[in-house]
Design a protein around this ligand. Structure first.
Ligand code: FES
Length: 109
């Protein structure tokens, strides 16, 4: 599919976890929540945390720098000190992998 970027194989992201993926100049976090995949920016909006490598609890990821949290499906910050939402992309599952349209990222709310 033209315009889509392959990020990672679905089997490489266990349920209830995230993975950091650097691809085509982008830095992404791919999450598997009960078999549904979500993609956000990897970098925490508060600082240098790599969200793709952080603890996932339910639908939230907790940044390991200052324990700020985000709601993964929307990118909305849910715990201080995070106040700025994440950029999110619609995840497309195709051919056993997670893909996005890099140009279609949007600021979560
Ligand atoms: S860097 Fe993520 S909460 Fe501070």
């Amino acid at each position: 599919m033209q315009g889509l970027l392959r990020l990672i194989g679905t089997a490489e992201v266990p349920e209830g976890e995230g993975r950091r993926v650097q691809a085509a100049g982008g830095d992404y976090a791919v999450f598997n929540l009960g078999g549904v995949f979500y993609v956000t920016q990897n970098r925490c909006t508060h600082g240098p945390g790599d969200l793709g490598e952080c603890l996932v609890e339910g639908e939230e990821v907790e940044c390991d720098f200052h324990q700020g949290r985000f709601h993964i499906p929307t990118g909305r910050p849910t715990a201080a000190p995070c106040t700025e939402p994440l950029r999110v992309w619609d995840a497309v599952v195709k051919d056993g992998a997670v893909w996005i349209d890099p140009a279609a990222g949007r600021i979560g709310a």
